[in-house]
Design a protein around this ligand. Structure first.
Ligand SMILES: O=C(O)CCC(=O)C(=O)O
Ligand SMILES: [Fe+2]
Length: 356
């Protein structure tokens, strides 16, 4: 039992001010909002299907500003715990396991994370008391992301790919099944401006795709997340208070033979009026069930387009769990200096790419 006890309820969290820097404002990506509540209306799915080929900005998501800020308050507070307390919950990234606390590996690594896995017996684990105090609310928050955001979007993708069974993807993302989803609290510690510019080109996390199915990023007004546009240039993702930004991730790219593109995104140093304090992120990563194979689904659309048998060059079948673990383990090796690059083979002949 920990000797450290947090207050019953965290102090309110206030968002930082939006940036006033013009150089950011002119570089916002043009992300159309997708109103997820429309899926409950007749014809809603068909209308939304036209919007989902890249980054998605959903509103109508049903999460209140207050409850999102309560999650940010926990995110803020968990990283204020003494380091030895945080370390008691360390995750085993060398084994490709991100559950729990990930500390900064060294001065170059500016990211801390605390990942709270889905609430199934498989993932039952200890947490700091301040998390335990709010566990019911965290569970409710996570479950609602799964049920109210993930599942409708999975039905939308089944529709886009013209699958007979609208629950095809839903059946491969059952909450109770073996497999990993998690809510992530994240904290970026800004480097000194001169070091950041000279040694890192002001890039905090290089351009990458996520290795899951869909990633849900809750409102965060610090201008730092950028998306690579199909034409090439990077654009800031403007985070609206009423919207959740959704990345399409690797599993959907594999399931669709490359028809759906894993969103390429990166995190850069915020503009000067926002770079003076750590940046927090609140993110939910949804993944397919552990044993699901990452290969194109039997889709009439993909067949018509000749994309139905593209396997992205896997030399043997790879499951969602194998892919995620291999990517996390590769990242770990890079962070601790065991490999020079995060690029190169991940598993079964398939490589991960990074983008500048
Ligand atoms: O912090 C963010 O806004 C994005 C983080 C991210 O891309 C990731 O954790 O994969
Ligand atoms: Fe990411």
């Amino acid at each position: 039992m920990s000797s450290f006890r947090a207050a019953e309820s965290p102090a309110p969290y206030e968002y930082p001010q939006e940036t006033r820097e013009k150089c950011v404002k002119v570089q916002y990506a043009n992300l159309e909002a997708l109103d997820i509540s429309k899926m409950e209306q007749p014809e809603g799915t068909a209308a939304l299907a036209k919007q989902v080929l890249s980054f998605i900005n959903t509103n109508g998501h049903g999460f209140s500003d207050e409850e999102i800020r309560r999650q940010y308050a926990l995110c803020r507070d968990v990283f204020e715990l003494p380091l030895e307390e945080r370390r008691r919950f360390a995750c085993d990234t060398a084994k490709g396991d991100f559950r729990g606390y990930k500390e900064r590996a060294n001065d170059r690594d500016i990211v801390e994370m605390y990942n709270i896995p889905k609430f199934t017996p498989e993932h039952s684990r200890p947490h700091p008391q301040l998390i335990l105090d709010q566990l019911d609310e965290i569970k409710d928050f996570s479950l609602r992301i799964h049920n109210n955001l993930l599942l409708p979007l999975l039905r939308l993708f089944a529709y886009v790919l013209e699958l007979d069974d609208e629950d095809f993807f839903v059946q491969r993302h059952r909450y109770e099944a073996e497999g990993l989803e998690y809510l992530r609290y994240m904290k970026y510690h800004p480097r000194p401006a001169a070091t950041d510019a000279a040694e890192f080109g002001n890039v905090w996390t290089p351009g990458h795709s996520d290795y899951n199915t869909l990633t849900f990023l809750f409102h965060q007004p610090v201008a730092s997340l950028q998306v690579q546009t199909p034409e090439g240039p990077w654009r800031y993702v403007r985070s609206r208070p009423d919207a959740v930004v959704v990345n399409i991730a690797d599993a959907l790219e594999f399931f669709s033979g490359g028809y759906l593109k894993s969103t390429i995104h990166r995190v850069v140093r915020p503009p000067p009026d926002q770079a003076d304090r750590p940046r927090l992120s609140l993110i939910y990563f949804a993944r397919p069930e552990a044993k699901v194979t990452l290969k194109p689904v039997a889709s009439p659309l993909l067949r018509r387009l000749g994309m139905h048998d593209q396997t992205e060059g896997f030399t043997h079948e790879v499951t969602a769990e194998e892919w995620a673990r291999a990517r996390i383990a590769k990242d770990h090796k890079f962070r601790v200096g065991e490999v020079k690059s995060r690029e190169g083979e991940i598993i079964a002949g398939v490589s991960q790419k990074l983008y500048d």
